[in-house]
Design a protein around this ligand. Sequence first.
Ligand SMILES: CC(C)(COP(=O)(O)OP(=O)(O)OC[C@H]1O[C@@H](n2cnc3c(N)ncnc32)[C@H](O)[C@@H]1OP(=O)(O)O)[C@@H](O)C(=O)NCCC(=O)NCCS
Length: 196
Amino acid sequence: MKKYLIGKRISLHGLTKEQLTLDQPYYHWLDDLSLDLFTNRSYFPNNMEKMEAYYQQAIANNNLLLLGIFDNETSKHIGNITLQNIDWIHQTAFIAWVLGDKTFAGKGIVTEAGIMTMYYGFNKLNLERICGGVVEDHPASKKVCLKSGLKIEGVKRKFFKRNGKRYDSIVMGALRDEWMETHSEKAEEIFQELPI
Ligand SMILES: CC(C)(COP(=O)(O)OP(=O)(O)OC[C@H]1O[C@@H](n2cnc3c(N)ncnc32)[C@H](O)[C@@H]1OP(=O)(O)O)[C@@H](O)C(=O)NCCC(=O)NCCS
């Protein structure tokens, strides 16, 4: 198994170019409009150049950490998780995820990936604040944010528009010290090997 962030059930690894090809699952998640519920991911169809440009961005700058979520048992690539807009001066970042393989939904996978990524962000990347956001009408994602230790900080009113309807967007955030108090033990249970 590739080693980067190793959990008991899932592992988070950097992606290779082979994982971006048409015969791999990732490519197809980006064209699956049913995975684009309340996200900005799929307004335009996917193509190889777009995917590679995003991948190159992750390789070329230190402001984007892009990790694949892999199931340990099958080694399947089932989703992605990112720390975006990493600001090294103010020590902040934005967390986002997608679970591409629907057969893994509702099993706590994204919550585990979120906790692993936040632990890594706070302890290895030395971030002090991780932000998140979710459209109010997306209860599963809101629940994942809360279980991962993001707290509701405010509301951007009527921020998101889809199908002629505007939705509030919930602003969320976690501060390192608070998060470590409430979630470090949980993280220790999820990791097979804690990142040191
Ligand atoms: C939405 C998504 C992030 C959830 O991931 P997941 O791994 O299935 O989430 P988890 O199993 O960790 O947790 C989901 C929680 O939401 C709850 N939930 C699911 N549907 C719900 C609903 N309609 N109302 C309230 N809670 C709901 C589940 O019961 C679970 O909580 P519990 O563990 O306390 O029972 C994931 O399915 C995904 O990325 N889907 C792709 C499409 C998408 O919506 N992306 C938006 C990402 S912002």
